[in-house]
Each structure stands twice: as structure tokens, then as C-alpha cells.
Ligand binder design. Structure first.
Ligand SMILES: Nc1ncnc2c1ncn2[C@@H]1O[C@H](COP(=O)(O)OP(=O)(O)OP(=O)(O)O)[C@@H](O)[C@H]1O
Ligand SMILES: [Mg+2]
Length: 253
């Protein structure tokens, strides 16, 4: 980083540093950290939306940023993002059927799309009649199922979900978390679950990385992190959960 004058802003800014993060087929991994820790930046790198200035992104053995066009195409179809807040990210004037076909169009995927629509709706537990309807006709939980369906359309190997339930009522969150867990098992998907709340991530994943100030400061099984947190950032996340739980039920976990 070099400044051209004393008052010029720095020309580059290190948001992430020494990150080592991976996910396998059939595995759900979590990434948790406080606001500003670097979660969204890492998400953008994982889905190939942002190129890291250093380091590599490897998918099925290939470095994504120096891959052949065919390999890159496979990566783009295979790693799908679940929209964070479908109420605002789905076009209100677009029927759900059209919205679900959008990734097939942009990724130029051929085949029987109607059959695929029906398969995917069944996987997320929605009725075929959803295809003709508009976003405002659905509840928050149903919209999140639609967002998951949209991500599943290209038949991905990995789903990346940045705060997929943070906009939902607590009572609905568990249903969506259960759905994600079932999909990982039934479709042998890799899932990267990103959130600021350790408890929702713990419920869904078998391994969690804690990120703070752009670095992964601790990796462990959810239970270990809750019972024996080592990093200060992990302890803060555990305390935040305990405070919320105590407020809700008058007792800690
Ligand atoms: N292009 C950029 N240039 C400079 N700073 C950036 C850039 N992108 C992100 N940052 C900073 O990097 C840090 C990490 O941002 P990021 O959005 O990844 O955090 P986050 O963990 O997703 O936070 P939140 O929980 O609030 O969504 C923040 O301090 C942010 O302001
Ligand atoms: Mg974020």
C-alpha cells in the first residue's frame, strides 16, 4: 500500500488475510463473525464474484481464476448463492416461475426446464401453483424456500448462503434450517453457511470457522466452540447467543 500524498486515501485495503477455508460434498460448514469481520467479502470470493489479490480459489482441483473457459463454466453452475433477502432481491413484478428460470437463462443451461422447475419445487417443499404467483403472495419463509429453489435450479454442487435466515421470524428459522440440512444430505451438497449468529450456524453445520478482522481465528465443531471457546471473538459470539437466549426464555442454553 502506497500513498501518493500525505492526504490521499490509501489505494488498497486489506480486508482478508491468510484465509484457509474449504467445503466438501455432503458437508455443511459455517462461517461466523461480527459485523465487518469480512464474511461478505469472503463470500464474494468463494462464488467467484471477486478476484482475490493473493491466494487461490480451487474448485474440483482447478484454480478458478486460471481455469479453462469450460472449467469456469462448470464452476459458475456448480456454486450457487442463496439470496439473502428474497423479499427485496426478487423482482416484485416477475412471476416465481420466471424468476426461477432466470439462472438457467443467464448460465445458458439447456434441457427440460419445466421438469426441472417441478423437481426443485418438490425439493424445497412448495406446490407447483407457486410458479404462477408473485413474490408478495408468499410469506417470508416461503420466499426463502423460493430463494433456495432458485439456487438449486442449475443443479449446483455447493450452496453458499450469507445470512439466509436473519430476516425471518425465529419460529420460521428452524424450518428453513431443517430444509438446508436435508438438502445437504439428500443431494450430497456442500453448504457454506454464513452468519453473525453462532446458534443458527451451529444447528446446521458440522464445522465452523470464526472470522474476526479478516482472519480465521478459530475452527471447531459447534459444540466445542460453545463449550470451550478459545479466541476472544468466539467468546463474544457465544456470549451474544447466551444473552439472547436468556432474554427470550429467562434462562441460558
Ligand atoms: N472494497 C472495499 N474497500 C475497502 N473496504 C472494504 C471493501 N469491502 C469491504 N470493506 C471493509 O472490510 C470489512 C469487512 O466487510 P464485510 O462486508 O466483508 O463484513 P461482514 O462480515 O460481511 O459484515 P456484516 O456482518 O455487517 O455483513 C469492513 O470493515 C468493510 O468496511
Ligand atoms: Mg455481510
Amino acid at each position: 500500500m502506497q500513498r501518493t500524498s500525505l492526504f490521499a486515501p490509501p489505494s488498497s485495503f486489506k480486508v482478508l488475510d491468510s484465509i484457509d477455508f474449504d467445503v466438501c460434498a455432503g458437508e455443511a460448514v459455517g462461517l461466523v463473525g461480527e459485523s465487518g469481520a469480512g464474511k461478505t467479502t469472503l463470500t464474494r470470493i468463494l462464488i467467484g464474484m471477486e478476484r482475490p489479490q493473493q491466494g487461490r480459489l480451487i474448485f474440483e482441483g482447478n484454480d478458478v481464476w486460471s481455469a479453462t473457459p469450460a472449467e469456469r463454466e462448470r464452476f459458475r453452475r456448480s456454486v450457487q448463492m442463496v439470496l439473502q433477502n428474497p423479499r427485496s432481491s426478487l423482482d416484485p413484478r416477475m412471476r416465481i416461475g420466471t424468476a426461477l428460470l432466470e439462472p438457467m437463462r443467464s448460465l445458458r443451461i439447456e434441457g427440460d426446464h419445466i421438469k426441472r422447475l417441478h423437481e426443485v419445487l418438490e425439493q424445497v417443499g412448495l406446490d407447483k401453483s407457486a410458479l404462477e404467483r408473485f413474490p408478495h403472495e408468499f410469506s417470508g419463509g416461503q420466499l426463502q424456500r423460493i430463494a433456495i429453489a432458485r439456487a438449486l435450479m442449475p443443479n449446483p454442487r455447493v450452496l453458499v448462503a450469507d445470512e439466509p435466515v436473519s430476516a425471518l421470524d425465529v419460529s420460521i428459522q428452524a424450518q428453513v434450517l431443517n430444509l438446508l440440512r436435508d438438502l445437504v444430505r439428500d443431494l450430497n451438497l456442500g453448504l457454506v453457511f454464513i452468519a453473525h449468529d453462532l446458534s443458527v450456524v451451529a444447528y446446521t453445520t458440522s464445522r465452523v470457522s470464526v472470522i474476526a478482522a479478516g482472519r480465521i481465528v478459530e475452527v471447531g465443531q459447534p459444540v466445542e466452540l460453545f463449550t470451550r471457546p478459545t479466541a476472544a471473538a468466539t467468546r463474544n459470539l457465544v456470549d451474544a447467543v447466551l444473552t439472547v437466549e436468556a432474554g427470550l426464555e429467562g434462562k441460558a442454553l
